[in-house]
Design a protein around this ligand. Structure first.
Ligand code: NAD
Length: 459
């Protein structure tokens, strides 16, 4: 790991074992808590400036920035601090006849020096959640925030190191070129959150050193709506999940699958939900965000050429504004159904029934989450049982992410590995199988040494 000076420093600390005692880890985690409390206003202002989450009215950063960037991180922190001593303990395991008097246990070892690479869409939350687990597990950590969200990147680079022990922790600010060089170093674990295409690059770089990886990636999350459900409730829950953070959420419902009859009921209900949430002019709503940058604005604007906008469809390049939009007449082969939209656009694709919806889902890459809405539990369970995805949520959107008791992660094209609560701790922990024997009982043990004879083996 010698090429980046900061990595040399962290490697030296790793060998010193400074981060191993529980008291040390707890002190660092408590310092993260102070960072969230004391820098709350700065975090809300930075994310607001980066993501356009507020334009006056509801307090800087807006309520949803406070929920995702502060409260969800605190939730992880509390869960970790409350359980760390239990999680860290050796786990004693079953023994066989010849090891009955010995000690067999799983030691929860840190990996060493780990690298966390984050995307821009929740620029504090997506850094802090793995960071909490990496510190809790006793690792030295290098964090690489996204260069897309400059205000949050600066805040993380300038403020976070003043709370944490810089012998064990560092922030590296880097664009693509510098990250490529960073990845030439040997790390003991890499935790990457971002797109599947960059995930492949990170995994290839990790493979050169046989470094294990977690890849938290994106994709297209389907949302099946059956004919039997409370349409207005469904519309509110789907619209909330799709348009939260202007659609730039990895677990947002990317498209709706439903019958033609349901589509006709859903459209006015979605229109009502969007108007209730953001008013008749969403561009003026303090609760509706903006595209993160010009490139992303143009990309999503181009995708709007697919199908026909029956709700929204307006754009304003100067403001990086794309209205909450619902598209119909979308073909499965349209560009909008090929790539992750990652913007406030919801296509509705019609299917004849639940079987066709399941076939549609299964004929594509495995998503990060599958959503299914129905007042008939059998239908929800049918979708759960016959599809495969990182996670699943029945009759709501996004809410599964709030439970630290659930593993969060992808499968196939949406990633590998898990995080949240103990799952993050376990991700950054090497489960070291240990047998500690006594020095006596040699006469018994001697049976296994050569030379072997029938008499020795008692045959
Ligand atoms: P991205 O893959 O473009 O970038 C992620 C990180 O990788 C950034 O820090 C960036 O600097 C770095 N990077 C970019 N190109 C690189 C390269 N060639 N070599 C090395 N590093 C490189 O992703 P993004 O646009 O920042 O984020 C959006 C994506 O992230 C979406 O696909 C979304 O679904 C996904 N995402 C997934 C989760 C999850 O938990 N599964 C959460 C949030 C976002």
């Amino acid at each position: 790991l010698g090429r980046v000076p900061v990595a040399v420093r962290l490697r030296a600390t790793w060998f010193s074992g400074k981060m191993r005692p529980m008291e040390y880890r707890v002190a660092q985690l408590e310092a993260l808590g102070r960072f969230l409390d004391e820098k709350k206003q700065d975090i809300l202002e930075a994310t607001a400036a980066d993501m356009g989450r507020v334009r006056g009215g509801l307090g800087t950063g807006g309520p949803h920035a406070e929920f995702t960037e502060i409260l969800l991180c605190k939730n992880e922190l509390h869960e970790t601090l409350n359980n760390l001593s239990r999680w860290m303990k050796d786990k004693h395991v079953d023994k066989n006849l010849v090891t009955q008097l010995d000690s067999a246990f799983i030691r929860k070892d840190p990996y060493g020096v780990v690298l966390i690479i984050a995307p821009w869409n929740y620029p504090i939350y997506i850094i802090l959640v793995p960071l909490i687990g990496a510190i809790a597990a006793g690792n030295c950590v290098i964090v690489k925030p996204s260069e897309m969200t400059k205000n949050s990147e600066r805040l993380v680079a300038e403020a976070l190191p003043s709370y944490l022990d810089n012998d064990c922790f560092a922030v590296v600010t880097a664009g693509v070129q510098e990250t490529t060089r960073l990845l030439e170093n040997k790390f003991d674990y890499i935790f990457f959150t971002g797109s599947p295409s960059v995930g492949r690059i990170v995994m290839a770089a990790a493979a050169k050193h046989l470094t294990p990886v977690t890849l938290e990636l994106g994709g297209k999350n389907p949302c099946y709506v059956s004919d039997t459900c409370d349409v207005q409730n469904v519309a509110r829950r789907v619209a909330w999940g799709r348009f939260y953070n202007a659609g730039q959420t990895c677990i947002a419902p990317e498209y709706v699958l439903c019958s033609v009859e349901m589509r006709e009921k859903l459209l006015p209900a979605l229109h009502k939900a969007i108007t209730d949430f953001y008013g008749p002019k969403p561009q003026e709503s303090p609760d509706f965000g903006r595209m993160v940058g010009d490139k992303h604005f143009q990309r999503v604007q181009t995708l709007l050429r697919s199908g026909r906008a029956v709700i929204g469809g307006q754009t304003d390049e100067k403001d990086r504004y794309i209205a909450p939009t619902v598209l119909v007449d979308v073909q499965p082969s349209d560009p909008i159904m090929q790539e992750e939209i990652f913007g406030p656009v919801l296509p509705i694709v019609t299917v004849a029934n639940v079987d066709e919806a399941i076939d549609f889902i299964n004929s594509r890459e495995r998503p990060l989450v599958v959503y299914a809405f129905s007042s008939d539990d059998k239908v929800v369970n049918q979708v759960l049982e016959r599809t495969s995805s990182g996670g699943f949520c029945g009759n709501d959107t996004l809410m599964h992410v709030t439970l630290t008791s659930l593993p969060f992660g992808g499968i196939g094209n949406s990633g590998m590995g898990m995080q949240h609560g103990k799952f993050t701790f376990d991700t950054f922990t090497h489960h070291r199988g240990c047998l500690h024997r006594g020095m006596g009982r040699e006469a018994l043990i001697a049976l296994r040494y050569p030379p072997y004879s029938q008499q020795k083996l008692g045959l």
